[in-house]
Ligand binder design. Structure first.
Ligand code: IMP
Ligand code: MG
Length: 181
């Protein structure tokens, strides 16, 4: 089996590249069926969501555009208090917006992003999340398109990082317990 840099941190592969690809193809077909013909925008939060967005948008056989925002938590404040450090480039008024997320954990980040985007009056505002760590959810969010439910373990790969690293693993894996803070 091919070895990847940084793999010594990996405990177990949870989702292989093939499993991820197959699920993304299904999600892409569902999105094209429901939103094809509309002014479809796939929007993601930097940086982790970029990997999923790049693959997902190629699985959606319909006209669409992509856009990005970045957020950061206020230092010293409670979880979920975030600010936008890079905003979307395009207006989303009247558009069908799907927020594409790598993983939803507590849901606080996405809840904030959705509340900001909702004020801009898109015609549709939905969520497509590759991974749902549902055991940890604090705020209930409707997820229109969901890749996989995952256990409450720290995950790396396919965009998910540990201290900025391992985003470039092609699969999603757990890390050894002693490596998680
Ligand atoms: P939430 O606000 O708690 O839902 O946090 C969601 C964000 O936390 C995700 O977009 C990821 O950036 C990060 N995150 C949550 N769980 C993991 C994980 O297991 N590995 C890496 N990053 C994670
Ligand atoms: Mg993220």
């Amino acid at each position: 089996m091919r070895r990847y840099a940084g793999e010594e941190l990996v405990d177990r592969i949870l989702l292989t590249q093939e499993q991820i690809d197959r699920r993304i193809a299904e999600l892409g077909r569902a999105i094209a069926e429901e939103h094809g013909g509309r002014d479809l925008r796939l929007v993601t939060v930097l940086r982790g969501g970029v990997f999923f967005l790049a693959d997902l948008c190629r699985a959606v056989d319909a006209p669409l555009s992509i856009d990005f925002l970045a957020i950061s938590s206020y230092a010293g404040s409670s979880e979920g208090t975030v600010r936008i450090t890079k905003d979307l480039d395009d207006s989303i008024e009247g558009a069908s917006v799907i927020v594409v997320e790598d993983i939803i954990d507590t849901g606080l980040t996405l809840n904030y992003v959705l509340s900001v985007l909702r004020q801009r009056e898109p015609a549709v505002l939905e969520v497509c999340a590759l991974l749902d760590k549902d055991a940890r959810r604090i705020v209930d969010l409707p997820i229109a398109y969901k890749g996989f439910s995952v256990p409450d373990r720290f995950l790396v790969g396919y965009g998910l990082d540990i201290e900025g690293r391992l985003r470039n693993l092609p699969y999603i894996a757990t890390v050894h317990d002693d490596r998680v803070a």
